[in-house]
Each structure stands twice: as structure tokens, then as C-alpha cells.
Design a protein around this ligand. Structure first.
Ligand SMILES: Nc1nc2c(ncn2[C@@H]2O[C@H](COP(=O)(O)OP(=O)(O)OP(=O)(O)O)[C@@H](O)[C@H]2O)c(=O)[nH]1
Ligand SMILES: [Mg+2]
Length: 278
């Protein structure tokens, strides 16, 4: 069993800060890790965002099982009613899709302002997500598209840096980092597998073992091929196949666990999705 240690005090603070940021915007870009489309969702996202329009971005799609990802995209579109897209840092064409979807999502709000007799203005947007899912990569791509920084806005409580992506979109230049609260330990373990959890919060050996247990059920052939395994998929068998042995002919579990996690995170073993539809 994997144990992930959270820090409740930090979580309460992070939640408050995130709420403040979300209050400044019209549209939220929610970034999830495509390898764990369910486990990278913030459990309290509905409470946090209310009815605020949301674009769901399944990032790191280059590391995810493509066929399965399509199913997840449909699933989330139906479940949430919001647009859902896949993206990855190495491609630039997904940025125009993000820009178009965000413009569409903000239109009702902007139209409402105009209907009230107010001046039209660009939609205000923030990118939120769990640690390490790729928020900064997406922000940077959007900013490169826009380039012009606009000053801190008047009338907001905190001085924030906004960037004009185009005449219709202002982006908050700070990612909203979702606090790492996850009471469900199985989901928390998956967050650790994709490197979304600080390394101090878990043991590599436990997380690597749990990862192999999932892969052995969902993608056994890929793991066997990559590590040249005959039959059994385990940290021990991989350690032996690599000939990583310590004193007394014991498999080097520590070193092998670190390697397995790195191989998985770098996409070397294959493209995977670890979650199941719930
Ligand atoms: N393979 C792959 N790696 C990605 C992708 N997007 C981001 N990364 C990598 O993932 C790591 C984290 O990306 P960031 O953009 O810094 O993520 P973040 O959400 O801003 O992270 P925090 O600010 O720490 O919460 C970096 O090493 C990126 O290079 C992607 O689409 N595919
Ligand atoms: Mg970042």
C-alpha cells in the first residue's frame, strides 16, 4: 500500500489563494494529466469554480494511450458539458484551439456586459491544475502568441500581471496551483507516479510497485517487451533482468524502482492511461 503524506495547513492556504485568483476571471483553463484524466482532477473543483465556464485540457497527450484518450475526451465532454481537448508541449497547433474555445466560452459573459450598457473588454482567463501537469508550458505558449504585457488591472484586489493574448483574451500570468489534496490513496499514488507529488511525500519503492501492478493489468505486453521479461512483472524481476544485484545476490530494489518511475515518466515503456472510467 502506498502512503502519500499531505500537509493540511498548506492545503487550506492554497485553496484560499486559488479561490481569489479564480474570482478574477471569466474562464478557467483546467489542465489535467492525460495519463491520469480522473486522478488529476481536483476533488472540489465544482465547489471552487461554481458555474464558471471551463476548458478542460488533457495535457501530456504525447505520453498517453491515444485510443483510450479519445474515449476520455468524449466521456468528459458528456459528463461536464464543457469542451475538452488534448494537448502537448511539443506541438503548437493546439494553442489556436485553446484560443478559439476560450473565446467561445467567454462570449455569453462579454455579451451580457455589453447588454448592460458596459464597454466590451477582453475575456479574463486563468490556467489551473495540479503541480507539474504543464500549466506553465501552456501559459508560455499562449504568451508567445500574444507577447504584449498589459499592466496590473485596476479594480482587482491583488495586483496581478496580465498578458494580452489577442484583442479578446487577457491571460493571468500566474498559474493557479491546485492544492494536493487527495484523500483517496489510490488516486494519490497515481499523482505520485506522474510526478505531481513532492518526492518527500512517498517512497519510490512503494510507488514503483503500485505502478507495475496497474501496468501488469492494463498493458502487460508493453512492460514485458520493454524490460525483456519472461512472465512475472515486478520490481524484482526487472531488477534481475537488468542484472541490478546488490550484496548477497539480492535485487537492487531501490535503484530499480527509481529507474522504473523515470522510464514511465519519460514515456520509454510506452504510452499509457492509468485511470479507469468510474
Ligand atoms: N512529455 C511532455 N512533457 C510535458 C508536457 N507539458 C509539460 N511537460 C513537462 O512537464 C514538466 C512540468 O511542466 P510545467 O509546464 O512546468 O508544469 P506546471 O504545471 O507549470 O508545474 P508547476 O508550476 O510545478 O505546478 C516540465 O518538465 C515540462 O517540460 C507535455 O505535453 N508532454
Ligand atoms: Mg508552473
Amino acid at each position: 500500500m502506498v502512503h502519500i503524506h499531505w500537509y493540511p495547513g498548506h492545503i487550506a492556504k492554497a485553496e484560499k489563494k486559488l479561490k481569489e485568483l479564480v474570482n478574477l476571471v471569466d474562464v478557467v483553463i483546467e489542465v489535467l494529466d492525460a495519463r491520469i484524466p480522473e486522478s488529476s482532477v481536483y476533488p472540489d473543483i465544482k465547489k471552487l469554480l461554481g458555474e464558471k465556464p471551463r476548458l478542460i485540457v488533457l495535457n501530456k497527450a504525447d505520453l498517453a494511450d491515444e485510443e483510450n484518450l479519445k474515449k476520455w475526451i468524449n466521456h468528459y465532454q458528456q459528463k461536464t458539458g464543457f469542451p475538452v481537448i488534448a494537448s502537448c508541449a511539443s506541438k503548437n497547433n493546439d494553442i489556436s484551439v485553446i484560443v478559439n474555445k476560450v473565446t467561445e466560452l467567454s462570449k455569453p459573459k462579454i455579451d451580457k456586459l455589453v447588454a448592460k450598457g458596459l464597454l466590451t473588454r477582453p475575456a479574463r482567463v486563468i490556467v489551473v491544475g495540479m503541480p507539474n501537469v504543464g500549466k506553465s508550458s501552456i501559459i508560455n505558449k499562449l504568451i508567445r502568441k500574444g507577447k504584449t504585457k498589459v499592466g496590473a488591472k485596476a479594480g482587482v484586489t491583488r495586483q496581478q500581471q496580465w498578458v494580452r493574448v489577442n484583442p479578446k483574451i487577457d491571460l493571468l500570468d500566474t498559474p493557479g496551483i491546485i492544492p494536493l489534496k487527495q484523500e483517496d490513496q489510490a488516486r494519490a499514488a497515481k499523482l505520485a507516479m506522474v510526478n505531481s507529488v513532492s518526492e518527500n511525500a512517498y517512497e519510490n519503492e512503494e510507488v514503483a510497485k503500485a505502478l507495475l501492478e496497474i501496468l501488469a493489468i492494463k498493458y502487460p505486453e508493453k512492460v514485458k517487451n520493454y524490460y525483456n521479461l519472461e512472465d512475472e512483472i515486478s520490481v524484482e524481476s526487472i531488477s534481475k533482468s537488468r542484472n541490478w544485484i546488490v550484496r548477497n545476490s539480492e535485487p537492487d530494489i531501490v535503484r530499480t524502482s527509481v529507474m522504473i518511475l523515470k522510464d514511465f515518466r519519460d514515456g520509454r515503456i510506452g504510452k499509457f492511461i492509468l485511470d479507469d472510467f468510474s
